[in-house]
Design a protein around this ligand. Sequence first.
Ligand SMILES: [Cu+2]
Length: 129
Amino acid sequence: MTAPVLIGLLALTGVIAMVTPTTANAGAAAVVKMTDKPPMFKPMKVTIKVGQTVEWVNNAETLHSVTTDPDSAQKPGDVSSPPGAQPFDSGFMKPGMTFDYKFTVPGTYKYLCLPHEKDGMIGYVVVSK
Ligand SMILES: [Cu+2]
């Protein structure tokens, strides 16, 4: 391989790396997309380590949200948090919005989307030590 070809390849690689879509926060350990059909979180379950951040991305066309707050849920059993963890709530996320949350208490979190709780839009975050 000649030097000019090699340099060309390196330059091309650099360009590809630059244009790779970066909807995700570089600091997030996992990204969950919110979709409209059916209303759901994708993936439904993510596993991270304590101290890491999950980012939710609403790339759908309607409002979605993320909450573990049993006072907001229609059925309190649709959400759960490990002992000692405070509930969190993204508020309503318009299309294009993102929400980041850093998990500092290990355990399993069951969360839901308030507008779509009745449609079963529920997800899980497992935070390992
Ligand atoms: Cu939703």
